[in-house]
Design a binder for this molecule. Structure first.
Ligand SMILES: [Zn+2]
Length: 270
């Protein structure tokens, strides 16, 4: 079993790859949109074509390899230019194999070798530039691009206006990673959380990139309270290691923010 498809209603399908990452397919009257392409494990294009025969627009919520790994299967992909370089660096066959070993291996150890064998060879990818405020009209289904830097500099969320839902990629998850080098400063992420919170009257559910995807605007409140406490120093959390992930963690109400830690403390331990 590679892809696990769940019909979420509202002409919206969640496509999971080994429960490691969630992609979404939505359909308007004229066109369909694929939101993220997973880690490039297995034939995603064939899976999408089983669900829709409409012309397809492919959009990446950000440039991490577990969201862009299948891009080469499609004619073109829309990505924010601020994440383009990161994707060029990360979206390689070897790094996608490592992802299969770490993420699938951690959660579904018995499926790891199958996942590694299904990693697609790299191919040419054609990008188009996502811009703040762009609206894709799928046919009585406008989808608005909202730029939300934080987890990565080029992260966007997609507001599916007619279906009243918001696709958040890794910007809102149970575990959010904010690391220097990969992410923006914490205050930029806080501003992005406030920006989409201000739009919460326009959606009644959010669809996240990982781990039991359906959430609500209340998720943003929890994450914002964590981030504000980190920035003020009220709660710096504790150091933790989980698989390949190492960092400082502040956890609350089922959510956690991983970051590089308070100044003067080290990220790595022996
Ligand atoms: Zn990510």
């Amino acid at each position: 079993m590679n892809f696990i498809v769940t019909d979420l209603g509202r002409k919206t399908w969640q496509i999971d790859s080994y429960h490691a990452v969630s992609m979404f397919l939505i359909e308007g009257d004229n066109e369909a949109m694929l939101i993220d392409t997973g880690a490039g494990i297995g034939d995603l294009k064939a899976q999408v074509e089983e669900l829709t025969d409409k012309p397809l627009i492919v959009v990446n919520t950000h440039g991490h390899l577990d969201h862009t790994g299948g891009n080469m299967q499609f004619k073109e992909t829309w990505l924010d230019p601020d994440d383009l370089q990161m994707d060029h660096t990360m979206n390689t066959y070897d790094i996608r194999v490592n992802y299969a070993r770490s993420r699938v291996g951690n959660f579904w150890p018995e499926k790891m070798e199958e996942a590694v064998a299904a990693v697609l060879p790299s191919g040419e990818i054609h990008y188009r530039e996502l811009r703040e405020g762009m609206v894709f009209d799928l046919g009585n289904r406008p989808v608005e691009v909202i730029k939300t830097p934080g987890h990565s500099r080029g992260s966007v969320v997609l507001l599916d206006r007619a279906a009243h839902q918001l696709f958040t990629g890794d910007m809102v998850n149970f575990q959010v990673l904010i690391y220097k080098g990969m992410s923006t400063p914490m205050d930029v992420y806080a501003d992005s959380l406030r920006k989409i919170k201000a739009r919460s009257g326009e959606f009644d559910r959010i669809l996240r990139g990982h781990d039991r995807p359906i959430g609500s605007a209340a998720d943003m409140d929890v994450l914002l309270s964590i981030v504000e406490d980190i920035m003020s120093g009220r709660d710096v959390g504790h150091y933790e290691e989980a698989g390949i992930r190492k960092g400082w963690v502040v956890a609350r109400d089922g959510f956690s923010v991983w970051y590089e830690g308070p100044e003067g403390k080290t990220l790595e331990v022996d």
